[in-house]
Write a protein that binds this ligand. Structure first.
Ligand code: ADP
Length: 269
């Protein structure tokens, strides 16, 4: 994974978000109180879409960073660069959001090392400051700065990157896959597929998620359902679309793939 942006993203016009509970209101209150937000949930369940949607609603620029273990503090805060007139400082995505006001969204923060996320500690508590060691600056966060982090508790269940004392400063929202009615609407809206086919795919996903006894790290997500629906809408045969989107991305194990395709076959047969 890599840094998605170090300039503010323009969210896709009016990005659609189907609320799953009271998360829109809670996020709004957290933002008003300048409290950082932690979103936990499995991959592909709508965390990123939700943050995009909230950035639009609150009319704040969004800086997204996909975390990985090579991410350095410099990737977040910025670095000195060499130009024609010597070295100059360039703010990273976190610093820009802190300085100018905006949402800094650190996706999969659990992937980042502790020495990288240490810069977040004074930003996540009441101080709301960002010390820039390289320039000697101490930046007080803009009132519209909001720190948002997400992680997937499924495959590694501790937040290795954040101190418990810091973690406890976050307003934490727990996401899961949408319920069947919501997921049908999401799949139909995101792919243009007809309601009957959307319903069939959601039922299939519900059964796939129940499959256990195989070494599946992740279940079929809403994202994968949307992908399958998009291929079907383009004319790909449903079985082939489901193999490509709901089975192959989840495992390389022949036995697990067979078990997944058995469920697919039972629904599409
Ligand atoms: P995550 O960040 O949790 O990995 P995303 O936010 O990228 O997942 O969601 C993946 C896709 O699933 C989105 O691009 C969207 O098509 C769909 N999706 C999932 N949940 C929702 C939702 N509640 N409202 C609208 N779209 C959703």
């Amino acid at each position: 994974m890599h840094i998605v942006s170090d300039t503010a993203e323009t969210a896709p016009a009016g990005s659609f978000y189907h609320a799953l509970g009271d998360e829109v209101a809670l996020f709004g209150h957290a933002a008003a109180e300048r409290l950082p937000v932690l979103i936990k949930g499995p991959t592909g369940c709508g965390k990123t879409r939700f943050v995009q949607h909230m950035a639009e609603r609150l009319e704040r620029p969004l800086y997204t960073v996909a975390c990985h273990d090579d991410l350095t503090a410099g990737d977040l805060v910025g670095r000195h660069l060499l130009g024609s007139e010597g070295t100059y400082w360039q703010d990273g995505p976190l610093t820009r959001a802190v300085r100018e006001g905006g949402i800094c969204y650190l996706d999969e923060i659990i992937e980042a090392r502790k020495d990288t996320t240490v810069v977040l500690h004074p930003l996540a508590d009441d101080r709301r400051v960002l010390p820039l060691d390289a320039t000697g600056e101490l930046i007080e966060a803009h009132p519209d700065f909001l720190l948002v982090v997400s992680y997937n508790p499924g495959y590694r269940n501790l937040m290795k990157g954040l101190k418990p004392s810091t973690r406890q400063r976050f307003v934490a929202l727990s996401f899961g896959y949408p319920d069947a009615a919501a997921e049908r609407q999401i799949v139909a809206r995101e792919s243009g597929i007809d309601a009957a086919r959307a319903e069939q795919l959601v039922r299939l996903a519900t059964d796939l998620r129940r499959l256990d006894g195989h070494d599946l790290e992740e279940a079929a997500s809403t994202r994968l359902l949307v992908h399958a629906a998009r291929l079907i809408t383009r004319g790909v045969a449903p079985l082939a679309a489901c193999r490509a989107c709901l089975a192959e991305p989840l495992s390389d194990e022949p036995a697990a793939l067979e078990a997944l395709m058995d469920v697919v076959g039972a629904h599409l047969g």
